[in-house]
Design a protein around this ligand. Structure first.
Ligand SMILES: [Zn+2]
Ligand SMILES: [Zn+2]
Length: 183
């Protein structure tokens, strides 16, 4: 759903949307389970700078909820995570702050983000919020035994006969993949 500055000049835009599992791409490790519900509104906030310059900022407020699956950081089995969160964000046109002080949006309070072109795509806002709100690493259980560094078997469900003294760097690389993608 594209929310344009032109639309917002006429009226605030209210949204009450339901996104199916493949509507938003969260990257290779995160899967949405079931529908994501998002409800809220967008307002135009005209920021007056000096005599002539008026900056059209977009304020996005809303709530969303959905369930997600992400891989256990040790054994790579899917772990479910329920998210219910709200956001209150301000987006400026990209390039308007020429000082290089553009900051990434975070989930705390109102922070500044930037939009490109005519406006904002709601799906992009939600993707960013979901990725920021999910934990950096998930464990299927606190005492997850992980994968055998020798043969790669899931040690929660299987036993193997590896001597298991030498770690195979491939498996720790796999379980670290998500944190690397995120950073
Ligand atoms: Zn696990
Ligand atoms: Zn093994």
């Amino acid at each position: 759903m594209l929310i344009t500055v032109a639309d917002l000049r006429l009226d605030p835009v209210e949204f009450d949307e339901h996104f199916s599992v493949d509507a938003i791409d969260y990257g290779p490790d995160i899967r949405q389970v079931g529908v994501l519900d998002a409800k809220g509104r967008a307002d135009l906030i005209e920021e007056h700078r000096g005599h002539k310059q008026v900056v059209p900022d977009i304020r996005m407020r809303g709530d969303y909820s959905a369930r997600f699956e992400m891989p256990c950081a040790r054994c790579v089995e899917a772990v479910e995570h329920q998210l219910e969160a709200s956001f209150d964000l301000l987006y400026r046109p990209i390039g308007v702050d020429a000082t290089g002080a553009e900051r990434a949006i975070s989930t705390s309070e109102t922070e500044i983000g930037y939009y490109n072109g005519d406006g904002l795509v709601l799906e992009d806002v939600l993707r960013e919020q979901v990725l920021l709100s999910l934990p950096e690493k998930a464990l299927c259980r606190a005492d997850c035994k992980g994968l055998c560094p020798g043969c790669g078997r899931n040690l929660n469900t299987e036993q193997c006969s590896c001597a298991s003294t030498e770690a195979d760097p491939r498996w720790s690389a796999l379980s670290d993949l998500r944190s690397k993608i995120k950073s």
